[in-house]
Design a protein around this ligand. Sequence first.
Ligand SMILES: *Cc1c(COP(=O)(O)O)cnc(C)c1O
Length: 368
Amino acid sequence: MNKRNTELFVDINAIENNIGIIKKITSGKKICAVVKANAYGHGDVVVANTLLKNNIEWLAVSSIEEGISLREQGILNARILVMGGNYKDCLKEIIHYKLTPSLFSIDSLLSLAERLNEELLIHLKIDTGMSRLGVKLEDTSELIRIVNSHKSFKVEGVFTHLANADLSNNEKNRVQLETFEIVLAKLKQGGIIPSLIHTANSATILTLDQSYFDMVRPGLLIYGVSPFGNGDEIGLKMSMSWHTKPLQIKKVNKGERVSYEGSWQAEVDSLVAVLPVGYADGYHRLLSNNAFTLVKGMHAPVIGNVCMDHIIVDVTKIPDINCNDEFVLLGKQGEKEITFEQISEWFQTIPYEIMCAISSRVPRVYSN
Ligand SMILES: *Cc1c(COP(=O)(O)O)cnc(C)c1O
């Protein structure tokens, strides 16, 4: 292991496996793979190259900067959809780096229109009920007017995002899709006929094939996690695992306390391991006294408060432990596994947040 004694292992084969599963489920629909937030923490360039090798044409990022960064690191043969951003003053970059902006408001359209004097392929984002980015149904006529009065805009795509996808609450998703259909019909009447309509994220890829249209936008599934916690059943493979080795193993006598504020006290003479991972690495402080690690195929609980750079685990019951033993914070060891779902439960969040919170300080190591 490296000098830091910790690494985030990224399994490229798992990503390829997961792409295969998405292709199968969506019967060969176009895929726009979401690689925002550094590919959910995996490393966007490596993931993007893997996706391209597997014939994915489209990548989606959340900002102009993420798009530029991919281009500058050699991702030239993919279309890149930028899902949001302040486009004012960015036209040069959009054109130079061949990025495809999502225009989500009348203002975002106007901010580009003023300066545009060559053809630009754009995607329009419609707000069908999430009240996040997007043009609302009642503003469709204005949208059509602006698009049609600026001939440089070529509307290639129209899309929306579903707010209740993860609740497998298909009723609410259906209401949003109905609104979306109304907008599409109005656009069509206004002469705007996109070739790429897209709405599906990971959750509706699994639950609602009416959401597929021409292209699907999976994020989480690529990384081997299902929003419904049934990843194993559908053959997904977790593409991330987090490993570390102790810097020190020591005795803590009965009655002695551990870490800041001494929130853990030894009830018996104990043995603890100090691991070089803390909340600055994305190992959340709410995991204090509230999580376990795996070592030698057994559970070793996190004791005391999580520090910025360290956690301390109780290894009293682990036989013959030493500083060369590998601890797993996330992923499999032997028969046992710590899943994203498990950690989410420990500190009341969703797998997404854990995945993209593992900080850049943790070195990424790739399987090939
Ligand atoms: C993040 C994002 C996605 C991907 O969502 P997953 O749930 O990870 O599949 C798709 N579309 C938009 C607009 C997003 O912001």
